[in-house]
Design a protein around this ligand. Structure first.
Ligand code: PLP
Length: 484
């Protein structure tokens, strides 16, 4: 990384220069630097609406960058060790979809763990590829899906030599990492592309004490949520390319669905955040890792909870662990993660990242302080004292092995009929069902509905998980395929 160059922020500098020029706007956006919408100015401030501008020659254009956006993307590529980078303004969802659409077309196979984010499954609906799912194995004690084991990936590649790509989570929402280097090498040996969802791994690029990043491992593409641990504005993200990828082709794929009115707030925030990470990321993430470790120690000292860390590493299904993630097992105090999540928000004004059936996740970042951590620890101690119940049998797994009967695209576009939940057993579902967050499908279009799956859905719903993906608001029915 060229540190001297990393001091620059070309989009930010160009927008600041433009602001000072007081150009008369006879272009969109129609609020005209806020003058036409005083309420918007009150809400966001003049500083913000004044730079909500459209593409123009001095500010470049995200659809075909030739000047400041191109420079900013090159600096990001340099900072992340990539051959190219794309600034993405449709969230990491748009980056994941661009990866899958670049690698696969209708009928192609892609190998992926079942605990992928819904953006990957939805990409299969868009392009018509067939998923070859790998069982990520489940830690029965923690009730979380782990990562794909390299041996299982190898077996899937040998059984499906015509697959075009493998997609890897680095890390999972819970901080678990696969043996990424080995999987990338296997992919290349089998003539496949290695795609990496790094929605939760931006910080891996800026510390040698954290798991290996996709680009360092030699992957072909990576989707990086700058807006998560990278500090940029919500919805801004990066798509990184390795040296084997055809930049021009990927650019065309990105432009299939990308807006023609990219926000300079988002692009400017990506530019500034990249500079910040390149110059200060290492020190920042060391501090984040220290805070998370402090929190783990304090929470484990309360009793009842288990905040897990590197001790999970086993050389295969937990090849590495992201120590910045603070995940807490709650079910031993008789409460589901989602129940503790609700109590923290409703009774203690603490908003967690998510709660699932057994766990609770706090997202620790460069914006947190030890005082905030102390508040969380205090609230958890209180909850344990006031609300703990005898531990019951909780569902042990987020993951139920899917039986894919037809491709997600075919299922999505097939004739369907609504059916009451209890009548759905044995039928093929035409829509997705997931708890959000984490957004990992319990059912994806084309899969067979089983008793286990229905019980899991009912339990998650009863515990208050936000259920998404399906048409029914209250999950009283599912759309199943009529013709099967
Ligand atoms: C693993 C994973 N991939 C992709 C995404 C999509 O990111 P975004 O919400 O920025 O579209 C998420 C979102 O949480 C995620 O958890």
């Amino acid at each position: 990384m060229n540190l001297k160059e990393q001091n620059r922020a070309p989009i930010y500098e160009a927008v600041e220069h433009f602001r000072k020029q007081h150009v008369v706007p006879f272009d969109v956006p129609g609020h005209k630097r806020g003058r036409g919408n005083p309420e918007l100015v009150n809400f966001l401030g003049q500083q913000c609406v004044g730079v909500d501008v459209n593409s123009m020659k001095p500010l470049d254009n995200l659809c075909h960058p030739v000047s400041v956006i191109k420079d900013a993307e090159e600096l990001a590529a340099d900072a992340f060790g990539a051959a190219h980078s794309f600034f993405m303004v449709g969230g990491t969802t748009s980056a994941v979809q661009a990866m899958v659409l670049s690698a696969c077309k209708a009928g192609d196979k892609i190998i992926l763990p079942r605990n992928v984010h819904k953006s990957a499954i939805n990409a299969l609906i868009l392009c018509g590829a067939t998923p070859v799912y790998i069982d990520p194995k489940v830690d029965k004690e923690l009730g979380i899906p782990l990562s794909m084991e390299a041996e299982d990936v190898k077996a899937a590649m040998e059984a499906n030599p015509d697959a075009k790509a493998v997609l890897v989570n680095n890390p999972t929402y819970y901080g678990i990492c696969s043996d990424l280097r080995t999987i990338v090498n296997l992919a290349h040996e089998h003539n496949m592309l290695a795609l990496v969802d790094e929605a939760h791994g931006t910080h891996f690029y800026f510390s040698d004490k954290l798991p290996v990043s996709a680009m360092e491992a030699g992957a072909d593409m990576a989707s990086v949520s700058m807006h998560k641990s990278g500090g940029s504005l919500t919805q801004s993200s990066l798509l990184l390319l390795g040296p084997r990828m055809d930049h021009g082709y990927v650019s065309q794929i990105v432009n299939l669905t990308q807006t023609t009115s990219a926000s300079y707030l988002l692009m400017g925030s990506l530019d500034i955040s990249r500079r910040n990470l390149a110059l200060h990321g290492k020190a920042s993430f060391e501090k984040v890792a220290e805070m998370a470790q402090y929190a783990r120690n304090e929470i484990n000292a309360i009793g009842g909870y288990y905040a897990y860390g590197k001790e999970l590493i086993n050389g295969s299904s937990v090849f590495d662990f992201d120590v910045t993630k603070l995940v807490v097992l709650t079910h031993k105090i008789g409460l589901a993660g989602i129940e503790v999540y609700d109590l923290l928000r409703d009774e203690y004004d603490i908003q967690m990242e998510f709660g699932d059936i057994s766990n609770l996740l706090a997202y620790i970042s460069i914006g947190d302080s030890i005082q905030d951590i102390e508040r969380l620890v205090g609230a958890l101690a209180d909850i344990e004292r006031l609300y703990a119940k005898p531990a019951k049998n909780f569902f042990t797994a987020e993951y139920i092995s899917p039986e894919v009967a037809v491709t997600p695209q075919k299922a999505f576009y097939s004739a369907k009929e609504p059916l009451a939940l209890d009548k759905c057993i044995g039928r093929i579902v035409g829509e997705s069902v997931m708890c959000y967050p984490p957004g990992i499908p319990i059912l994806a279009p084309g899969e067979v509905i089983t008793q286990d799956i229905l019980e899991y859905i009912k339990f998650a719903k009863e515990k208050g998980c936000s259920m998404q993906g399906m048409e029914s608001d209250d999950l009283s029915y599912l759309n199943v395929l009529s013709e099967y």
